[in-house]
Design a protein around this ligand. Structure first.
Ligand code: NAP
Length: 527
């Protein structure tokens, strides 16, 4: 069985940091967990980054098949950790065992999806424009384009997905798929889980015979280690999931470097849900119950949690509210991921209770669970919402705000007033189509994913998924952190002009030896 030793994994070595001592914490029992972890410092970060830099050219030059096998081997090694991984993650996060088993399946599925995607080769964007030596008045050169990896990537995992958005999560999988070495900064809320998964990746590096700097895992107390990682000259891009304050702080560090680098930070979103009049009249109570389920799922600790519901006012809205109040009042308080997250939730709920013009509709049931969040539901009018920007702030946890509007124009004005979002949801019937058509252009500008007649929690890992959106949902709305499109964050195009055949990369050689999809003189095919 893989042991947790409390060490960092730097290249091939397990290194005990001496700059600080850290403990993981069980939020449900309120106890520190063994073993103690040795936090590192800037020198260890620098060493991990130098190894990553040294590994980069060798790693990216390996055949695509080797890279795909590496991703599949990580999946196997994560599974080989067995129940010990699930049990440790459960202790560190209080997330239910069944949820963690599901999250492991998602993590492994994500790695395998990227393996298949790497083999497919379309992501290389291979594009060839033939030379036209006889073109008048000037000949055209032979132009061939492919995408290449940016270089070593720093990854900051999320507290709320200790597997799928952490050490071997989507950021790491997409960076490896692109051909980038990865240095992960372990999240302090699940240090043991991070080490176990880090060891699984290191085993995969060994099994596949990859350069040792392909992967490292560092940890430390406070923000210094994360800042040092982002500031390191070897790092070429950053993947982050967490708070807006954290994401912006790291984006600031990246922007102040001598050579600034992109930071792909997924931060905060209230995921508005618009219920249109006919749907509200026909099935308002059912939508309300589904909404409460979505708000309280996983103690509301999802970045896609529906924190805002927008309704046309009237008797149907009141019936929706009654059903939502009844459903929410039956939900008990549950332990959150960390004491800090639970304290922030309690503070934000108290502030909302006290907010002017906001009614507290319901609280869930109080009980003696530690570090727990009690669900909460609030209501206000469109005018109050527009007047108070604070009401747009994400409350990370099982809380939501219902806003009533006098008519569709008020709903559209509210949508216009919103910050950027990961998702926007429409509940609509056929007779709502004209209303939806008016709202849709605004929602397209505001959100990365538009959901119809569903709930935003639950993000499929797929080719067509977008888990991104305009600020503050993310720091860069042009991409996604879930799904195969996430690979684009870690690639850049290079054009080869008149390069001798012997020097061309395989993806761009005559005869298409890789057999991948390419665009040749404007036509897509496998020529
Ligand atoms: P976080 O506090 O932003 O931390 C995420 C990671 O970034 C941690 O490894 C943290 O390290 C590091 N970090 C944060 N600020 C930093 C800074 N200024 N410089 C360097 N490193 C920094 O997020 P969290 O702990 O996961 O959760 C806290 C809050 O984030 C939640 O209450 C919620 O509001 C939000 N959240 C949002 C999402 C989302 O998907 N949008 C997901 C999870 C959480 P250290 O802790 O070691 O400093």
């Amino acid at each position: 069985m893989t042991q947790i030793t409390g060490e960092m994994l730097i290249g091939d070595a397990a290194v005990r940091g001496t700059a600080a001592t850290l403990h993981a914490f069980d939020p449900a029992r309120g106890v520190a967990l063994e073993p103690a972890f040795g936090g590192g410092d800037a020198d260890e970060v620098d060493y991990a980054c130098r190894l990553a830099q040294a590994a980069f050219d060798r790693f990216r030059a390996l055949p695509l098949e080797t890279r795909a096998c590496f991703l599949e081997t990580i999946a196997e090694c994560v599974l080989a950790l067995g129940d010990a991984l699930i049990e440790r993650a459960h202790e560190e996060t209080a997330l239910p065992l069944a949820r963690l088993v599901g999250e492991r399946a998602r993590t492994v599925g994500q790695l395998r999806l990227f393996a298949a995607f790497v083999r497919d080769g379309r992501w290389l964007g291979a594009t060839l424009d033939s030379a036209q030596p006889d073109r008048a008045p000037l000949p055209r050169a032979d132009l061939r384009l492919q995408k290449i990896p940016l270089g070593p990537v720093a990854v900051f995992g999320a507290s709320n997905f200790p597997l799928a958005f952490s050490v071997a999560g989507g950021d790491t999988a997409s960076a490896f798929a692109a051909g980038c070495p990865v240095v992960v900064k372990a999240h302090p809320a699940h240090l043991g889980t991070s080490e176990l998964v880090g060891r699984a990746i290191r085993d995969a590096v060994r099994v596949c015979g990859l350069p040792v700097g392909t992967f490292s895992l560092v940890l430390g107390a406070g923000i210094a280690i994360g800042e040092a990682l982002v500031a390191d000259p070897a790092i070429r891009a950053v993947g982050f999931t967490g708070s807006r304050a954290g994401g912006l702080a790291l984006a600031g560090v990246a922007a102040r470097r001598r050579e600034p680098i992109p930071v792909y930070a997924e931060m905060s979103s209230v995921n508005p849900m618009f219920v249109l009049p006919h749907a509200l009249a026909a099935r308002g109570a059912a939508i309300a119950r589904g909404f409460v389920e979505s708000v309280t799922l996983g103690v509301g600790q999802f970045c896609t949690n529906p924190g805002l519901v927008v309704l046309p006012d009237g008797p149907d809205a009141r019936a929706f509210i009654d059903a939502a109040v009844q459903a929410l009042a039956e939900q008990g308080a549950q332990t959150m991921l960390t004491g800090g997250i639970a304290a922030t939730y309690a503070q934000q709920v108290s502030a909302r209770v006290a907010a002017s013009g906001v009614r507290t509709l319901a609280h869930g049931i109080q009980n003696d669970a530690r570090n727990a969040a009690r669900p909460a539901l609030f209501a206000t009018t469109q005018q109050t919402f527009l007047a108070d920007r604070q009401l747009q702030n994400e409350i990370f946890g099982p809380a939501s705000l219902i806003v009533t509007c006098r008519d569709l124009d008020e709903m559209i004005a509210l949508a216009e007033h919103l910050d950027g979002q990961l998702t926007a949801t429409l509940h609509l019937d056929e007779d709502d189509t004209a209303h939806a058509r008016r709202l849709l252009p605004t929602l397209e500008r505001k959100a990365g994913r538009i959901v119809a007649n569903g709930y935003p929690t639950g993000v499929e890992v797929a080719h067509a998924m977008v888990h991104g959106g305009p600020f503050p949902a993310t720091s860069d709305a042009r991409t996604t952190s879930v799904g195969t499109l996430a690979i684009e964050r870690f690639l850049r195009p290079v054009c080869y002009q008149d390069l001798p055949a012997a020097l061309l990369p395989d993806a761009l050689r005559d005869g298409n030896p890789l057999g991948i999809a390419r665009v040749v003189d404007g036509t897509l095919g496998t020529a």
